[in-house]
Design a protein around this ligand. Sequence first.
Ligand SMILES: Nc1ncnc2c1ncn2[C@@H]1O[C@H](COP(=O)(O)OP(=O)(O)OP(=O)(O)O)[C@@H](O)[C@H]1O
Ligand SMILES: O=C(O)c1ccc[n+]([C@@H]2O[C@H](COP(=O)([O-])O)[C@@H](O)[C@H]2O)c1
Length: 214
Amino acid sequence: MAKREHIALFGGTFDPVHIGHLRSAIEVREALAADELCLLPNHQPPLRGAPGADSRQRLAMVEAAVAPEPGLNVDARELRRDEPSYTVDTLRELRGELGAGPALTVVIGSDAFNNLHHWQQWRELFSLAHLLVLKRPGHPLSADDAVRDEVAPRRLAGPSQFAMAASGGFYVMELIQLPISATDIRRRVAEGKSIRYLVPEAVAECIDQQDLYR
Ligand SMILES: Nc1ncnc2c1ncn2[C@@H]1O[C@H](COP(=O)(O)OP(=O)(O)OP(=O)(O)O)[C@@H](O)[C@H]1O
Ligand SMILES: O=C(O)c1ccc[n+]([C@@H]2O[C@H](COP(=O)([O-])O)[C@@H](O)[C@H]2O)c1
């Protein structure tokens, strides 16, 4: 059985998944030397309206996107819960399966981090996992004071240190800056413009075949 001592979870609405997500996922996996990095499509995004594509369609696009990339997997567990996809619930479920030993790292972009104080039981996340924040162009770090106070003593010197404990660490990672968003991709599709090289070809095909975002 494959080693599962360090798992990174990169959650999102992925409406649709794009190369900003995929390039980040590869760089994070390399930086963490994680055994696997799972893209985790949500079912009901807790802090935004209903996505343009339904959960099955978003899952299918994520699966098509990671298929050629060894080390990137998909975790579809949030689609099995017919309720808002709170990350704390997902982490509790995973801890129930993995036990307390393996390192778990939750990966989020700086825009998501700036809203962390609105997440369900957000302080609890640190007893279940590490938190890795990706700098994202156009989204400077501006976390709430309560979040800043929480993460300050948790800050690690580098992503490789996450493997030394199961949870509780914090790090902000610099990575390639790709100012690509799903909102911009949906707008381009609606305007009949090309999205070539913004999403993998297999994702563009799914969008085309299912007539999404028009
Ligand atoms: N270009 C990018 N670079 C780094 N991180 C990103 C990028 N795009 C999205 N992310 C991060 O990936 C996670 C999932 O993002 P999400 O699925 O909401 O995509 P999005 O492009 O932000 O979508 P939307 O434009 O619909 O808000 C979030 O933590 C987000 O911050
Ligand atoms: O747990 C929460 O309360 C919570 C609130 C907002 C977002 N999240 C998760 O954060 C990830 C990024 O969300 P989003 O909306 O930026 O695509 C995704 O996995 C969401 O399910 C989680």
